[in-house]
Design a protein around this ligand. Structure first.
Ligand code: MN
Length: 501
């Protein structure tokens, strides 16, 4: 299916002739110790089917019990997203058959979610704010995991056999559903990415999930439709499922805009369907025709009583919400004295936490920013990795900055020290010692190097004596070269002028 080729409309052309509307559903796995409705431990990477109980397996007679911590986490998320927390809400059965759902239904929430009517202000790359309206945040449980063996691309079609692991079945989820996001125009892909990224940061700040995208802790379903103008009724949407990285969210929206524009240009109708995202080709392919809610035959879960979070408990949770990422960013910017542009650049580079840790480890904000956004950012880009993946820690960057501050190394030597740390040669101090990189400021050693440089450049000496002090730079340069960059340039200059003057 993914080999199917389709015509695409050039993105810029598509967004001048169509108005994109997005809608995003984000599932986040809550980091509770046990599952949503039973005492089975929540684990990752365990032997298949070991973190299970009769409830996880949907055995006859097994009864669910609601996890109080999961409810608390859901309330935290709802409050952070400026939602109303329901006085009373209910669980519902979402009925469908699939082997990873052992009960033949998912326990979810339907018409009575725990949180609703919220909004989230996100900051785009150009520093502008965009408001995303939140329709609801509801609690549910994760499904197990099917592994289809022998087919192409891990899909069930053509597989020889399938395995199912119920360790994930029953892990608490909160699903956050936006209202249709209108008015993003050609920035729709960016809005989608920044929204999911902002949510991830909030989950981490709230302490409700490790929110590791690569582990599937956070999964985004991206709805997209096009309409001729912002005044037109909403078009038919597609839902691209389980997009697992920020970049892919952006690419998926972009791709669907170009694809749907081609469908509409051809006079055809967009089919309401789910679509699969293909990371390798950056394309989507048809999944199944999208079920409407009525197909799931939702009905209230008879084994669980309605849930009524006490108001004083909700207010207590509100009062103890941690500082959220946007507020924290503003505070740090003020503390560090960075300009708006500097702050935005480092946020976009994903360097905020690294710089904060570096400052905490003793570096000045200016030095921390200089190293992470300069030499280290260049290295990361050249190696095609993120800053976090570089083999240097914030503490080591702080140590490096301290060595520069103390005058033991200069910037040029410091770059060599960075190279050594990244190459696994140890801490900055160890690299300085092992490679002999310390600045030479010992007058005796410098005098000898200056003598040599003066002897080799008699013409320059004449110029300096003749009053052209700036010619001293040539001698300083010669000394630096002779010492392979290790001389203390300022001291060399002083000694030189003392000598000649
Ligand atoms: Mn869901």
């Amino acid at each position: 299916m993914s080999t199917q080729t389709v015509d695409l409309v050039d993105y810029d052309d598509a967004v001048t002739r169509y108005d994109p509307v997005i809608g995003i559903e984000v599932h986040v796995e809550l980091g509770t110790r046990s599952k949503m409705f039973d005492g089975a431990p929540q684990t990752f990477g365990d032997e298949p089917n070991t973190a299970v109980t009769p409830v996880s397996l949907g055995l006859p007679g097994a009864l669910p019990v609601v996890n109080r911590t999961a409810v608390e986490y859901a309330v935290r998320i709802g409050l952070a997203l400026n939602c109303t927390i329901a006085e009373s809400c209910r669980f519902a059965r979402k009925n469908y058959f699939y082997p990873d759902v052992p009960k033949n239904f998912q326990t979810s929430q339907y018409d009575e979610p725990i949180a609703y009517d919220g909004h989230l202000d996100i900051e785009l790359e150009d520093g502008s704010t965009f408001r995303v309206e939140i329709e609801r945040a509801h609690m549910e449980e994760d499904a197990g995991k099917n592994t289809h063996v022998g087919g192409a691309g891990g899909r069930i079609q053509g597989a020889d056999y399938s395995l199912v692991d119920y360790n994930r079945a029953g892990i608490p989820l909160v699903e956050i559903v936006t209202r249709p996001i209108e008015g993003a125009g050609d920035r729709a892909p960016e809005v989608a990415r920044v929204y999911v990224n902002t949510l991830r940061d909030i989950f981490r700040a709230l302490g409700v999930s490790e929110a590791r995208m690569e582990r599937g802790n956070v999964r985004a379903d991206v709805n997209l439709s096009l309409r001729p103008t912002p005044e037109s009724p909403l078009g038919t949407r597609t839902e691209t499922k389980n997009v697992n990285s920020f970049r892919s969210v952006e690419r998926a929206v972009r791709y669907e805009i170009s694809r749907q524009a081609a469908v509409l240009d051809a006079g055809a109708a967009v089919i309401q369907e789910t679509r699969h995202w293909h990371e390798d080709t950056g394309t989507t392919s048809p999944g199944r025709v999208k079920s409407d809610a009525e197909d799931y035959r939702y009905f209230p879960e008879p084994d669980l009583v309605p849930l009524a979070p006490p108001r004083d408990w909700v207010e207590d949770i509100r009062a103890h919400l941690p500082e959220l990422p946007v507020a924290r960013r503003r505070r740090l910017q003020a503390d560090w004295g960075y300009s708006d542009a500097e702050m935005r650049d480092l946020v976009n580079a994903g360097a905020g936490e690294l710089i904060e840790a570096t400052v905490t480890a003793g570096a000045s904000p200016a030095a921390a920013r200089k190293w992470w956004m300069g030499e280290l950012a260049r290295t990361a880009k050249a190696d095609g990795v993120s800053l976090e993946e570089l083999a240097i820690t914030p503490a080591q960057v702080a140590e490096l900055a301290a060595l520069v501050e103390a005058g033991r190394i200069n910037d040029k030597l410091a770059r060599q020290v960075v190279g050594g740390v990244l190459a696994g040669e140890g801490s900055p101090e160890q690299v300085v010692v092992a490679r002999g990189l310390e600045v030479v400021s010992d007058d005796g050693a410098l005098d000898a190097a200056i003598d040599e440089a003066l002897a080799a450049n008699p013409d320059v000496v004449e110029k300096i004596r003749g009053g052209k002090v700036q010619a001293a730079g040539a001698i300083v340069g010669a000394v630096m070269k002779a010492t392979r960059g290790k001389a203390d340039a300022a001291r060399v200059r002083e000694l030189l002028l003392e000598r000649i003057g």
